[in-house]
Design a protein around this ligand. Structure first.
Ligand code: ADP
Length: 169
């Protein structure tokens, strides 16, 4: 049976930190579903459609190299519910530091009670990208800064274009 993994997140925007985890996640499963959370409580900077499109572009060459299939899907339910719906037995999460660990352990523990058949897998951040957070990337972009060092080229180009389309007040 193919091993299906779910890599869920907001990916607002996709960063080089996400890419490192994505690459590693592709090596631990046969099919990876990248789940773009569209929970109504969060107001994203990038539309869900844009995030899905960019993640598909970013993941395609990585999946090809890993010989793993993938798809990018939006979801607005609990992560475990979505994992269950798509037949995933693994939920992949990246760990940057102790703060991530504390939060992720709580989530993994509660998810394990809700859906015992779904296992959370933690993948370590790479030293060169572990400092990157999507929140800070959004703040830098909002203040007119250059986010190119922190995100894949297509994301940097898109966010630069977005800034020109929406001049700051
Ligand atoms: P969420 O809102 O679910 O935390 P994010 O898009 O912020 O969504 O993160 C998705 C996943 O990617 C999480 O598991 C997070 O720990 C991981 N992640 C984010 N940034 C990095 C990074 N720089 N290095 C490693 N993992 C990361």
């Amino acid at each position: 049976m193919p091993r299906i993994a779910l890599y869920p997140g907001s990916f607002d925007p996709p960063t080089n930190g996400h890419v490192a985890i994505l690459r590693a996640a592709l090596s631990v499963c046969d099919h990876l579903v990248i789940g773009v959370g569209t929970h109504a409580a969060k107001t994203p900077q990038l539309s869900a459609d844009d995030r899905v499109r960019m993640l598909a572009e970013i993941a395609a060459p990585l999946a090809n190299a890993a010989r793993t299939t993938f798809e990018v899907r939006m979801f607005d339910t609990l992560v475990v519910t979505f994992a269950w719906d798509i037949g995933a037995t693994l939920i992949v999460r990246g760990l940057r530091d102790g703060a991530d660990l504390d939060y992720e352990m709580q989530m993994a523990g509660m998810n394990a009670e809700i859906a015992p058949g779904v296992q959370t897998v933690f993948l370590p951040a790479l030293p060169e990208t572990r400092h990157i957070t999507a929140t800070l990337v959004r703040q830098i972009a909002a203040m007119g800064g250059d986010v190119a060092p922190f995100v894949p080229p297509q994301v940097a180009a898109f966010m630069a274009g977005d800034r020109q389309r929406k001049p700051r007040a």
